[in-house]
Every structure is written in structure tokens, then in C-alpha cells.
Ligand binder design. Structure first.
Ligand code: FAD
Length: 384
């Protein structure tokens, strides 16, 4: 592994940096320098403007082929782009569930018609996707889900309820798992469906999070008919009754590489070091510790990208990634609040980000479950 960037990669970095800084400032001006969180209705609309600027500049999905709205960049260049993105403190990506979770699954399991339809619309933020796994009685134990999809003439009839769908209230489509064979148990007889949320019989009800943003939704399906033609190539991704393997590919992306790139954390620890100097604190062992953990995550990611470039795929190792970044995020933000002292009550950016960091060990599969996966599948320990 050669850790030096090539001259071409340095050029790519400069191009990305210049574009991001210039357009970030334009975007801030367009929302009077008062952007709201993308998890509120107003903020989501503001962030969509940003998504469209990214798309027009060819930066919405840098590592995709250009025919789908990407830039034909390598995973290495994607990592560079992400570093610059977080360094420039660019807006949160409200399209991330579609771009980073659904899209890799469509590339892997979709047919040509599905790829040709879903991917360009996703890159352009024309269709906005939320993920529908969790149900009121199926969180960690996802295989116990009861949402049904029944085969009828020319389509599917959906019944049941999904919950905790991030930004579901603002999205146009949902991807998720539905039971298509009621005779089958647990992981069998499930299908991965792509569902337009404006179908008759679908009700989306937004509700608030602990931090006050209304970014969650419950989605109810009440004899909702989804025709096969709702998505060219069909609404089922992968095989009918074979959705578990497809869903595991999506969760692998969520825990593994794409959802939380190292640039997010290296930028945050650098801001933490700046905060320490602004608040007249020497860099402590604790700050050095999180700084090294962020560096370690970056090195680990470089190793992962090297393996992917050599044809390997991410397996259960993605669980270790997920535990690492979620606990690192909390560590960084706790230290920031310590440095700010009582000002943390007033300091919006760090304290708001701290509240979100607290949810890291829960979403994308709780860390207790990830530790079980690592124990059983990587260490070969017996199931308890
Ligand atoms: C910010 C945020 C965004 C989210 N976005 C989405 C989304 O977009 N789409 C979606 O579908 N879901 C989403 N979720 C839901 C998330 O996936 C679930 O919260 C998570 O899977 C846990 O399920 P649960 O809340 O039902 O908890 P439970 O499964 O009831 O777990 C409760 C506790 O018990 C522990 N536990 C359960 N089983 C075991 C076991 N076998 N061994 C050890 N410990 C165990 C868990 O680790 C946890 O600590 C989101 C959650 C959050 C916080």
C-alpha cells in the first residue's frame, strides 16, 4: 500500500476543494447564511438546493459511472472528495440513504432498466429515498418483520407499518423488506421492494426526534397497490423471496465504507484541536487519543479500499467499522463539550452534533448487535 497521493489525485483534490468552497458560500448566501438542519421541512428544502448544485457540478456521486450521473472517479478519489467535503464544512447530504445505501445495492442486484431509471434520478435528487427496515416489533430482530407484500395482477398489495424512517416525511420513495411468502419463516420469504410513497393506501406520518427535529416518519400501508411499472424493470430488487441477501448488502454499505467516511472524523478532530487552542486548553491526552483513533479509522479505510480494488468485498468486518466510528464520534463531541464548559449549553453546532452522535450506537444496527456479529462471525465464538 503506497500512502502517497499521485499528482493526478492532488489535482483532483484541488479541483474539488475550489468547487466546494465556492459553491458552499453561494449556497449559504442563498439561505441568508441561516441554513436549518436537513431534518426539518425548511432545512430539507434548503439542502435539496445544495444537492442540485452538487449534481450540476458533477459532484453528487463522484465514484459512479458518468452515464448514471457520476464522475467516473475511483474510490480513492471519492475518499479525497469526502475529506475536502468535511474540511469545507459542506452541508449534510439529505440524499445519503439513496446515494450511499440504495445505489450500491442497485448496482449489484438491479437489472439494466432499474439501473437506468433509479440511479440518474437519484443523483439528480429527483427521487428522494428513505429506508424502511424497522417496524414497531422488528428492530434488531429484523427477520421478525411482518409488513406483507402480496402478489396480485400486475403488482403488489402492501399491508403493515414501518417506523423510524429517517426523513421519510420529506422523501418520495422507500426501499425496504416485505414478507412475500407468509409460509416461510424469518429470513426466508422476504423481498426487497422499491415503493413510491404517493401510492394510494400509503400514509406517511412525520414525528419528532429527541433533538427537536421532525426527521423521522412512520409509514402505514393499507392495501396499498404498487404496480410493477412503478419502477421500470420492476419494483423488486434481486429475486422475489430472496430479499434478505439484498438487504444485507445494503446494511454492509451502511456500516462499512460509504455512509461514514473518515473525512468526517478527521475534520471533526481538527476542529476539536482548534477549539482547544481557542479555549486556551493545551492539547490533552484525551484529545490526542481521539485524534489517533480518527487517523486509525482513516488507515483502516485505506486498507479496505485497497482490498476492494483487488476484488474483495466487505463482510462482517463492516460491524467493526460501525462500532469504531460511532464510538469515536461520541468521544470527539464529549471532549468538545468538556472544553466549552457551560458555554456548551449555548454553543449550537457542537452540542447539536453531540446529540446526534449519541444515536450512532443505535442506528445502522445497534453496537450490541454488531459486537455479537463480530464475536460470532469474525472470532468464531459460540452463540449465546
Ligand atoms: C437516528 C436514527 C435513525 C434511524 N433511521 C432508520 C431508518 O432510516 N430506517 C429504519 O428502518 N430504521 C431506522 N432506525 C431504527 C434503527 O435501525 C433501530 O433503532 C435499531 O435497529 C434498533 O432497533 P430497536 O430500536 O427496535 O431496538 P431493539 O431491537 O428493541 O433493541 C433494544 C436494545 O436491546 C439490545 N438488543 C436487542 N437484541 C439483542 C441481542 N440479541 N443481543 C444483545 N443486545 C440486544 C439492542 O442492542 C438495544 O440496545 C434509526 C434509528 C435511529 C436512532
Amino acid at each position: 500500500m503506497d500512502l502517497r497521493w499521485t499528482p493526478e489525485q492532488d489535482d483532483f483534490r484541488h479541483e474539488a476543494r475550489n468547487w466546494l468552497v465556492e459553491h458552499r458560500d453561494q449556497w449559504l448566501q442563498s439561505c441568508d447564511h441561516r441554513p436549518e438542519s436537513g431534518d426539518t421541512k425548511t432545512g430539507f428544502a434548503q439542502h435539496l438546493e445544495w444537492e442540485r448544485m452538487l449534481h450540476q457540478g458533477g459532484w453528487a456521486a463522484v465514484s459512479w459511472p458518468s452515464r448514471y450521473g457520476g464522475r467516473d472517479a475511483s474510490l480513492w478519489e471519492w475518499l479525497i472528495f469526502e475529506e475536502e467535503y468535511y474540511r469545507a464544512e459542506c452541508p449534510q447530504r439529505v440524499t445519503q440513504n439513496g446515494i450511499f445505501l440504495l445505489a450500491p445495492t442497485v448496482f449489484e442486484f438491479g437489472n439494466d432498466a432499474q439501473r437506468d431509471h433509479v440511479l440518474p434520478r437519484l443523483a439528480a435528487a429527483d427521487d428522494l429515498w428513505c429506508q424502511g427496515w424497522s417496524e414497531p416489533n422488528a428492530g434488531s430482530d429484523l427477520a421478525s418483520l411482518t409488513c406483507r407484500a402480496e402478489r396480485v395482477d400486475d403488482g403488489w398489495l402492501l399491508n403493515g407499518q414501518k417506523t423510524w424512517t429517517t426523513r421519510g416525511a420529506f422523501c418520495t420513495h422507500l426501499f425496504g423488506l416485505f414478507r412475500t411468502d407468509p409460509e416461510q419463516q424469518r429470513h426466508r420469504g422476504l423481498s426487497y421492494l422499491m415503493v413510491p410513497l404517493d401510492a394510494d393506501g400509503v400514509t406517511v406520518r412525520g414525528f419528532g426526534r429527541l433533538d427537536g427535529d421532525e426527521g423521522f416518519a412512520e409509514v402505514f400501508f393499507d392495501d396499498a397497490f404498487v404496480p410493477d411499472t412503478a419502477i421500470p424493470g420492476g419494483v423488486v430488487l434481486g429475486g422475489v423471496d430472496d430479499g434478505w441477501a439484498v438487504a444485507m448488502a445494503t446494511t454492509g454499505s451502511e456500516r462499512g465504507l460509504t455512509l461514514r467516511s473518515p473525512g468526517r472524523f478527521t475534520a471533526a478532530v481538527n476542529r476539536l484541536v482548534d477549539l482547544a487552542s481557542e479555549t486556551d486548553h493545551a492539547v490533552t491526552d484525551d484529545i490526542a487519543d481521539v485524534w489517533m483513533r480518527a487517523e486509525a479509522y482513516q488507515l483502516f479505510t485505506l486498507q479496505t479500499v485497497t482490498q476492494l480494488a483487488n476484488g474483495a468485498s466487505i463482510g462482517a468486518e463492516s460491524s467493526i467499522n460501525k462500532i469504531w466510528w460511532s464510538e469515536l464520534d461520541i468521544g470527539i463531541h464529549e471532549l468538545a463539550l468538556d472544553l466549552l464548559g457551560p458555554d456548551a449549553e449555548l454553543e449550537h453546532a457542537w452540542s447539536k452534533a453531540f446529540q446526534f452522535a449519541l444515536s450512532g450506537p443505535i442506528y445502522a444496527g445497534t453496537n450490541e448487535i454488531q459486537r455479537n456479529i463480530a464475536a460470532e462471525r469474525l472470532l468464531g465464538l459460540p452463540r449465546k
